[in-house]
Design a protein around this ligand. Structure first.
Ligand code: SAM
Length: 221
């Protein structure tokens, strides 16, 4: 894509992604194809490729480009994968995912955010993404099991409902921590019917995952 933000987008790719070790061509190409500015509210366009998360409606955030790319890299996605994203927010990460895998389901608890994300994704021509409204801590059992689940809000534990909706061999990536200030990216792999391997990776800071198996559910903050 060549447009008036192309230079800023390329600079983001060089300085924020490649310089930090995100080099997988399919992820780099996807980050190059998705116009982050289209997912921002009016007045924030000039910051579209800043190295930070930015505010969206309802006091939520669009994730930092590096964190979006990092979560995709950690999830080790294949081109035929069916992915569930929890926390649609602006729809930006869902668009990047849609460039990398075959099918994306994304779920958002706030209907107004889901509606604007749906409009953006539709107007950009993404026909392999379905936007749902609901409590993503419970997953989307009718659409699963999934090759990968990306949770883009932070919870106290990985919701058991999500573990159960991973295929054997499936990967889940989610910020997990004891509070809403600081978390670590958790990578969980399902090895067998009841066998999971979990490791804690980079420190991150995400808005809270609110729901039956998130904050306010399993554990009170
Ligand atoms: N992926 C988003 C993007 O690319 O713009 C950023 C997501 S934002 C950091 C986290 C989102 O998770 C918020 O929109 C919030 O409303 C949503 N959220 C929080 N708890 C949720 C839940 N239980 N189910 C679904 N969405 C939830």
């Amino acid at each position: 894509m060549h447009d008036d933000m192309s230079d800023a987008r390329e600079e983001m790719i060089e300085r924020q992604l490649i310089a930090r070790g995100i080099v997988e061509p399919r992820i780099i190409d996807a980050m190059r194809r998705v116009p982050r500015e289209a997912f921002l509210r009016w007045g924030l366009r000039e910051f579209a490729y800043a190295d930070e998360s930015l505010p969206i409606e309802a006091e939520q955030t669009i994730s930092q480009p590096f964190i979006v790319a990092l979560m995709l890299a950690i999830a080790q996605l294949g081109p035929n994968d069916h992915v569930l994203e929890i926390g649609t927010g602006s729809g930006y990460a869902a668009a990047v995912l849609a460039e990398v895998v075959a099918v994306v389901d994304t779920i958002e608890r706030l209907p107004q955010l889901a509606a604007s994300a749906y409009n953006r994704l539709t107007s950009l021509g993404y026909d392999n993404v379905s936007v749902h409204v609901g409590d993503g801590t419970l997953g989307l059992p009718a659409r699963g099991p999934f090759d990968a689940i990306l949770v883009t809000a932070s919870g106290p534990v990985v919701p058991p409902a999500l573990c159960a909706q991973l295929k054997v061999g499936g990967r889940l990536v989610m910020p997990v921590g004891p509070n809403t200030e600081r978390q670590r990216l958790c990578r969980l792999v399902r090895y067998g019917d009841r066998t999971y391997y979990q490791e804690m990776l980079n420190f991150v800071r995400f808005v809270p995952l609110i729901g039956a198996q998130g904050w306010g559910g399993i554990t009170e903050e």
